[in-house]
Design a protein around this ligand. Structure first.
Ligand SMILES: Cc1cc2nc3c(=O)[nH]c(=O)nc-3n(C[C@H](O)[C@H](O)[C@H](O)COP(=O)(O)OP(=O)(O)OC[C@H]3O[C@@H](n4cnc5c(N)ncnc54)[C@H](O)[C@@H]3O)c2cc1C
Length: 397
């Protein structure tokens, strides 16, 4: 069997399959590709949500959409109608199944090796890559590495988004399947921002998640007590059946983004900076990268990493995270102001990576001024010390 490929994708999760999906659309032009995935089988392990703004990829794969949402902070409640730009959910089981079906229907060039772990990758004298797994050895001209960090530590990201969610079923009809809760802010959580996120899909079935934004990544078991309180509230103490569980720890502002100096080896996915720093949203950013990366193959026979965020968006995100980090106690006020004062379309475009300068202005003006002015000196100080450190290390090289 020929074990040499144009491309080997390490990790067949969201980024790996998204790239393969776009490459397969090239038909005969698609590279001979091997996808090596550690998991023996895919499961319904997550739900991907995004706003239907700017014609997002794969929105026709939606399992559910919502036309309004709530943000709750103590007795204050905002209800926003988002019919113009609904919130879209694709379940992992839909994504994995449809991606694999489309890839195999569009092209013969793809091989999927599940239940196989990449152990080592080295560049050979012939300039090709040699990949060793627990099952064998392969070679390739190009590598796209989407494997997550093997271990996470708090220093890897400015903040972490940690969450645990149960998809539950209750007998009474308790939920409005047209409306989701984006944030029900927990006033009792002091070590950052804690909130409940509720995605009802029928009147008696919903995914209820407890999420925390804070400096330390939190384990699912440490978050479970908070989730239990949220479950009691949203089920009104009725009995419920747990259909499925999901959890995660997403970097918000990677301090070290995986990068490679060799154009034939690129990193992609969460630890290559796919998650938006201020929100942790990554699905649509991965789709955009997969699209441009496949075009790059079609036009130049090369693969490219995701582009950096636009400068102004990166600055607003950075300030946003800095305020969250330096003033965790007021983070709730910050978020509530964001949703109550900024224009809804500006908020949605900001969260979807499409903010215009006017949107960014509307968002900055929505922030509590005192809070912002207070955090600016330490933000500027931090930026200056980072620039000084960078120029000093350059001059000592
Ligand atoms: C529960 C959950 C819900 C989320 N919800 C949203 C959301 O609503 N909206 C949004 O925008 N983002 C969301 N995200 C964030 C982001 O979209 C996902 O984390 C996404 O899956 C990231 O894609 P990825 O390819 O980087 O990582 P993954 O999808 O995790 O893929 C990495 C793959 O590499 C494989 N792998 C690891 N090590 C090896 C190895 N040694 N050899 C071979 N394979 C290996 C893994 O098994 C995995 O399949 C969510 C994340 C989680 C965890």
């Amino acid at each position: 069997m020929d074990k040499h490929y144009d491309l080997i994708i390490l990790g067949g999760g969201c980024a790996g399959l998204s790239l393969a999906l776009r490459l397969a659309e090239l038909g005969k032009q698609s590279p001979k590709t091997l996808i090596i995935e550690k998991r023996p089988a895919y499961s319904n392990d997550r739900t991907w949500c995004f706003w239907d703004e700017g014609n997002p990829a794969l929105k026709d794969w939606a399992d559910h959409i919502w036309s309004s949402f709530k943000v709750q902070f103590g007795d204050n409640q905002l209800v926003k109608n988002c019919r113009q730009n609904p919130y879209v959910m694709i379940s992992a089981q839909t994504f994995y199944a449809r991606a694999i079906q489309n890839i195999t229907a569009n092209s013969q060039s793809f091989t999927f090796n599940n239940d196989e772990s990449v152990l080592a990758v080295i560049k050979q004298a012939s300039q090709t890559w040699r990949i060793t797994t627990n099952m064998g050895v392969y070679t390739a001209n190009h590598i796209v590495d989407t494997r997550p960090a093997s271990q996470i530590n708090d220093d890897m990201s400015l903040l972490w988004q940690s969450f645990i969610g149960f998809e539950i079923e209750v007998s009474p009809d308790l939920f409005d399947a047209q409306q989701f809760t984006l944030m029900d802010i927990d006033k009792n959580f002091k070590n950052g921002l804690g909130f409940t996120y509720v995605l009802p899909v029928t009147p008696n079935r919903a995914l209820i998640e407890y999420t925390v934004f804070c400096e330390q990544a939190m384990s699912a078991s440490s978050l479970q007590p908070y989730l239990e309180v949220a479950l009691s509230k949203y089920t009104k103490h009725a009995e419920y059946k747990v259909l499925r569980k999901e959890c995660g720890q997403l970097p918000m502002g990677n301090k070290t983004v995986k990068k490679s100096d060799d154009p034939s080896y690129i990193f992609a996915g969460l630890y290559a900076g796919a998650a938006r720093p201020s929100s942790g949203y990554a699905f649509q950013r991965i789709q955009s990268w997969a699209n441009v990366c496949a075009h790059s193959w079609a036009e130049h026979q090369s693969f490219i990493p995701a582009p950096k965020d636009a400068a102004l968006t990166a600055i607003v995100d950075d300030i946003f995270l800095h305020v969250l980090k330096s003033n965790p106690a007021v983070a709730a006020t910050l978020f509530f102001s964001f949703f109550s004062k900024a224009k809804l379309i500006s908020t949605i475009r900001f969260l979807s990576d499409h903010a215009t300068i006017t949107d960014l202005g509307s968002i900055i003006l929505s922030m509590p001024t005192v809070l912002f002015l207070k955090s600016l000196p330490s933000y500027v100080k931090k930026r200056i010390s980072i620039s000084l450190y960078a120029s000093l290390s350059k001059s000592t090289k």
